[in-house]
Design a protein around this ligand. Sequence first.
Ligand code: SF4
Ligand code: SF4
Length: 337
Amino acid sequence: MEKYRILGKTGWKVYGMGFGGIPIQRVSYEEAEKIIAAAIDKGINFIDTARGYTDSESKIGKALKGKRSKVLLATKSMARTYQEMKNEIETSLNNLDTDYIDLYQCHNVGTSKAMEQILGPRGALEALFEAKEAGKIRELGITGHKAELVIKGMETGEFATVQIPYNFIERSPEKQVIPLAHKLNMGIIVMKPLGGGIFSKPELVLRFLLGQDVSVLIPGMDSIKQVEQNTELLENHQFLLPAELDYLQKEAREVGDHFCRRCEYCKPCPQGVDVTNTLLIQGYYERYNLKEWAKARYESLAVKADACIECGVCEERCPYSLPIREMLKKAHKVLLG
Ligand code: SF4
Ligand code: SF4
């Protein structure tokens, strides 16, 4: 088992267990500093965050004081136009308190329109090229949930890495995205390795993924204990035993379709309900223990789930046949309860 892997055409050597920056939103700056110091001590050298993760960038920036050169720093933005992306890059540099960002990614490219904007004239890609030219970013990456869009981005040849959700329930990247990434010599960054916390034995899923031909997993970590547990799985890696594989397969069957993959095929809702975001916020509430934050975020949505008139259009579009109407009712109850 290779502990360090090459991140595609970047040529960078990354420790197979990376650090996902979502959960540190809920710890203090001091705690975040300790957790990140522990991660670096344990060998982690890849940290991923995003403009959208509230104070995650700032916490990481502060924690990396005097340690910047020890890690490869990745962030990402939902900006689609040149000017938006230009501003976002400057904000990231400022938050992360650094002169350069190793990997800047186009975050969650979810529609053909977004992809066209990014790649088109005065699109986000132009700002990324400009920042690369100026030495503010070293490499570009793309992230997304929809295989066909991610593939379109990969095929442009402009991105050195691809970041996709991959875990024991979400196995679809094995079909096209992962083989294509290998063909194009792109780094493969695995987001949501724990599916947002749906697995009862997360260590089994991480062991499974560490045994796959991917570059780096980025589970979120918000305690030193998690850092120790996760890095230990790589240090003393064991492939899954048949009984463990059976356990995961059984659990995958049980979770089945009741799990939003954030692919956004269900959009748009005629009533303006943001299905994906509502279910995502519910996930933060229930799985990440970000209760107050999730409630505040839900409160701030202009259209909430109770605007749903149960027309069923979204359910017809959902490739996973989720009972969205029922799920929205539950989410609304939980988040406004
Ligand atoms: S069922 Fe509700 S959420 Fe879905 S499209 Fe219709 S109104 Fe929107
Ligand atoms: S509800 Fe279905 S279609 Fe909508 S984002 Fe989730 S998985 Fe995709």
